[in-house]
Design a protein around this ligand. Structure first.
Ligand code: HEM
Length: 316
């Protein structure tokens, strides 16, 4: 009974979200490819599902890729561009070196170019792949508007605007606030850390600086992980390939992996939001999907400001 109520509540909330974004955030549309490439969504979903069946850890990679794409130069596929001898691209910056999943995007793009050449942008493929990865991992199902065009700029220096794992709560609120996100939306988006892992290099400074927000038993586990070197990985929560709300429960137990994760529980304003999401997964799922749709519209390029790349790794 309670389950049926939750499911129907979720469906109503879903419909509200879809109708809010049904048309034109920045001219994007839900049915953008309906006439020009009707199989676009299907091809991306199939490619993602196949890739995740082989390697479930790619769900995390695809969600992170969309975030890193949108935060730098807007959601324009700029993160996919390879460096050339004249240009060091975003993907070669320290914050992007552990991004993965480029081959999934290439695979989808190749099939789409065969079906409908020059129609589906790489930026849209990244956005759809992230959405499909969330669902595959057990997270919320949601529709996204499409019609992003691909950018022609990808510069390593722009990635300075990615948030650092050393950020405290006010720096996190500020970094997301500059992009138009509230503190609540920032916490909801951080819930993407329910998926995946971080390398020791991203959290080891917490061990040498005796971070007081870190649980002492958990610190021992992290030290053990780091004894295998800077590239040794630690999962964010017990279920790194499942999209759930355990991440928020780990923060309550002071087992947040990054300093920036644990910061969300360190100040009263964001602690209340963490507690809410830890208690109510449906609320987290709803806020997360809304914030992802919003993130997917960041500084989207349209018309002559962008292009549809033929190869996602190269400007046309
Ligand atoms: C709030 C500020 C954020 C900071 C400081 C941050 C930082 C990081 C860091 C340092 C890592 C580990 C990288 C490594 O060691 O290789 C990571 C992983 C990850 N991040 Fe974030 N992140 C933030 C927000 C987000 C958002 C908004 C999303 C998506 C919506 C996201 C999705 C992910 C995912 C899924 C992973 C795991 C990747 C994998 O396993 O391959 N992060 N993040």
């Amino acid at each position: 009974m309670a389950m049926a109520y939750l499911v129907s509540l979720f469906m109503v909330m879903e419909m509200i979200a879809i109708s809010r974004f049904g048309f034109g955030v920045d001219g994007l549309r839900m049915d953008y490819y309906m006439m020009s490439c009707p199989l676009a969504e299907f091809i991306v979903k199939n490619t993602v599902n196949r890739a995740l069946q082989d390697d479930p850890t790619l769900a995390a990679a695809l969600v992170r890729m969309h975030f890193h794409d949108c935060f730098i130069e807007g959601c324009d596929g700029s993160v996919l561009i390879d460096s050339t001898k004249d240009n060091k691209a975003e993907k070669d910056s320290p914050g992007n070196l552990s991004l993965r999943g480029y081959e999934v995007i290439d695979d989808a793009k190749e099939q789409l170019e065969e079906q409908c050449p020059d129609i589906v942008s790489c930026a849209d493929i990244v956005a759809m792949a992230a959405r499909d990865a969330v669902f595959w991992a057990g997270g919320p199902v949601y529709d996204i508007p499409k019609g992003r065009r691909d950018g022609r700029r990808s510069k390593i220096e722009d990635t300075i605007n990615l948030p650092f794992p050393s950020f405290n709560t006010s720096q996190l609120i500020q970094a997301f606030g500059r992009r138009g996100f509230s503190a609540q939306e920032m916490v909801a988006l951080s819930g993407a850390h329910t998926l995946g892992v971080a390398r020791c290099s991203s959290f080891k400074s917490r061990l040498s600086n005796a971070d007081p927000t870190l649980d002492s038993d958990f610190a021992k586990i992290l030290s053990q992980t780091c004894s295998a070197g800077d590239n040794a990985v630690q999962r964010f929560d017990f279920t790194p390939n499942t999209f759930d709300n355990y991440y928020f429960n780990t923060l309550i137990r002071r087992n947040g992996l990054l300093f920036s994760d644990q910061q969300l529980y360190a100040t009263p304003r964001t602690r209340a939001i963490v507690n809410g999401y830890a208690m109510n997964q449906a609320m987290f799922f709803f806020d997360f999907q809304q914030a992802m749709v919003k993130m997917g519209t960041l500084d989207v390029k349209e018309g002559p400001n962008g292009e549809v790349r033929e190869n996602c790794r190269k400007i046309n």
